[in-house]
Write a protein that binds this ligand. Structure first.
Ligand code: C5P
Length: 213
């Protein structure tokens, strides 16, 4: 009976009509979370960047977006009356200052792309989070993992953050497994390497505790 908003996948930031800046996110973790929430009786809004995955459960409403700006608008609107938000998407932090109207031609000189920061969806939702609403973030780190995740937990007003490190074998982008540590305001709980489906169950178990508090 709860409404959960989940962001998943990468974003594509347009350079010209045929090129973009993207990242290696597959969307697998976010889609697994969406299925798990729906399986447990939630109404899910899944805001997804460009991925090659399908949704199975009828209680998942999928909104396909491309850019960080589109993801921001869809997620913000859906979060207004949601009970929880899980921000699993790998959102671009920078986007081209403007997209060229025509395909950029090869030249001898270097090409310089001017980038501007995107909206931080997590921080924006954290700022409008109301009493009773829960917000869960993700952090993929390559160094100083725990300290960086702790900083994000505070800055983005998350209830807890799911840390995965690119230093752990079998964790991170594209693979079907993940190794997480859940960090909340009380401390850190490490989990063993599991499939993303099993990891999704652990995360939703933890979410359920926050929602019942
Ligand atoms: O700061 P960093 O990008 O590592 O933070 C990761 C968390 O913030 C993830 O939950 C991610 O989905 C979210 N995020 C976001 N919008 C951005 C950048 C990150 O929602 N523009």
């Amino acid at each position: 009976g709860k409404k959960v908003v989940i962001t998943a996948g990468p974003t594509y930031e347009k350079i010209d009509p045929v090129r973009f800046i993207g990242n290696y996110s597959s969307g697998k973790m976010g889609f697994a979370l969406a299925e798990e929430c729906a399986e447990r009786g939630a109404e899910v809004v899944l805001v997804s960047g460009p991925v090659t995955l399908d949704v199975h459960h009828p209680n998942i409403r999928r909104i396909d977006v491309e850019s960080a700006q589109e993801m921001y608008e869809a997620a913000k609107e859906a979060y207004t009356d949601a009970d929880a938000g899980i921000l699993c998407a790998a959102v671009a932090d920078f986007t081209p200052d403007h997209a060229a109207d025509h395909k950029i031609k090869r030249e001898k000189d270097d090409l310089v792309l001017q980038l501007k920061p995107t909206q931080d969806i997590a921080a924006s939702l954290g700022a409008i989070k109301k009493e009773g609403q829960i917000l869960v973030g993700f952090a993929l780190e390559t160094n100083d993992e725990a300290a960086n995740a702790q900083g994000k937990l505070q800055r983005k007003n998350f209830d807890f953050i799911v840390l995965n490190s690119l230093n752990d074998k079998g964790a991170g982008f594209r693979v079907d497994t993940n190794k997480i540590t859940i960090i909340d305001h009380e401390g850190a709980t490490p989990y063993p390497l599991k499939t993303k489906l099993e990891v999704a169950k652990d995360i939703i178990d933890r979410l359920t505790i926050s929602m019942n508090k």
